[in-house]
Ligand binder design. Sequence first.
Ligand code: CU
Length: 159
Amino acid sequence: MNRRTTVLSATVALTAALALSGCSSDSSSGGASGADGKPELTVSGAFMPQPVMDMAGGFLTIKNAGGTADKLTSVTSPISDDVQIHETKNQKMQQVTSFDIPANGELDLERGGNHIMFMGLKTKPKQGDKVSIELHFEKADPIKVDLPVEAATHNPKQH
Ligand code: CU
């Protein structure tokens, strides 16, 4: 009983601290309007698991070395007229309008989490192929990436 109360109050204190720090960082970023620097984005670890149906997933990491946050807003590719960005919540995926790329941080698109989703594939790429895509951002210029097609079960985060 006593222990439980302690844990509960610690949680409340932590939540309050997070809410406070959220507030203060909001107000401190209000002054300078993007004068110091742009997002500096680099893409790594990109791949597409060989599709088993007429849709496919795409995975990659976008690093932002700049002091300004950005957003991934859309993806285009010659192999699909309907490339979406999806998040996974409670093991269900749903379309989102953008993903945040934090300043001096990164956006990870990985199996079981956020991902690119190619709907209605015009061609079905096979392992060893490359699929070209273009990433579009709120602030940074578009970036072209070739996704190597890997085995259907490929997952670099697993051992
Ligand atoms: Cu999806």
